[in-house]
Design a protein around this ligand. Structure first.
Ligand SMILES: O=C(O)CCC(=O)C(=O)O
Length: 284
């Protein structure tokens, strides 16, 4: 499903954009799921009418999104990049409301939020609306995944964005759009610097984001969500692969776990629902 050329481009550039991954019937099903009253209520409760909302654990909110996480057009492509055994790390519906000017994201590397023992993590955004520069589509810094983990710490705490602006300000020629059409996907490596401008279009921008990890990447910080560890392809082999790297764990201000540690609850690795779903042997 990914040509050798696409595989090489991904490892060279740190991203890919692929249109027409979903059929029109599948796209319609995802749009209906996004319009499901329970999903709309969840978004509303989180203030999505006025601001950008990342509605996490979205695979647990509607079965269509759980099916999408295991869509062959996604996981078969990923298998060419991070191997046959793949888990979900988190899922979300990423909305930017029609209200003009809502929802900018600063430049960041996903790995800074949830470091693992190796870097075989890839985010996939499945567009429910065409991503455009006007509606807050994502941009990436080409090749930035080769720069290792950059500093995301301010005043001793995790800042949620990269503190080294020279990586994009000095290289505007490397800033590239990751704009897929509705039904298409973008993929980016967990070290790829990316961000997005506010939505100025007057229309919605909805995308489903899945963060995937190789089965042998063991989480070192941040949350275990209910769908973390959902085996979307292959098997859980109980093996951990460690890359030689020194990491600063993200210290979340005011978000200590039950042991008073500010690094999340990752010691469990597998979320409550994923545990159940994996037992149902739903993996491909
Ligand atoms: O929703 C967006 O435009 C940005 C999403 C993003 O950067 C992320 O999920 O890491």
């Amino acid at each position: 499903m990914l040509s050798e050329n696409e595989v090489a481009r991904f490892w060279e550039d740190g991203y890919l954009v692929i249109d027409d991954v979903l059929s029109s019937a599948e796209l319609q099903r995802m749009r209906e799921a996004a319009d499901d009253p329970a999903v709309i209520r969840g978004l509303k409760d989180r203030g999505a009418e006025d601001r950008c909302v990342h509605f996490l654990e979205i695979t647990a909110k509607h079965e269509a999104f759980r099916d999408l996480a295991r869509h062959a057009g996604i996981v078969e492509r990923l298998a060419k990049l991070i191997g046959p055994d793949i888990q979900l790390q988190h899922s979300k519906l990423a909305t930017k409301p029609p209200k003009k000017g809502a929802g900018a994201f600063g430049w960041h590397q996903d790995f800074a939020y949830f470091p693992h023992t190796n870097t075989d993590l890839i985010a996939v955004m499945v567009m429910l609306d065409d991503a455009t520069p006007e509606n807050g589509g994502m941009y990436a810094v080409k090749g930035s995944h080769k720069r290792g983990l950059l500093n995301h710490i301010r005043d001793g705490y995790f800042a949620g964005m990269c503190m080294e602006s020279n990586h994009w300000e000095d290289h505007p020629d490397l800033v590239v759009p990751l704009m897929a059409k509705a039904g298409g996907i973008s993929l980016h490596h967990a070290y790829t610097l990316h961000g997005s401008p506010p939505n100025r279009s007057g229309g919605p921008r909805r995308g489903v984001v899945f963060q995937y990890r190789a089965d042998d990447a063991y989480q070192l910080a941040d949350h275990v969500w209910v769908d973390t560890g959902f085996q979307v392809r292959g098997e859980n082999r109980g093996q951990v692969r460690c890359e030689n790297m020194k990491l600063t764990l993200p210290k979340f201000r005011g978000r200590e776990n039950e042991f008073g540690q500010p690094y999340g609850n990752m010691y469990r690795q597998i979320g409550e629902y994923a545990m159940r779903w994996n037992k149902e042997a739903v993996a491909v």
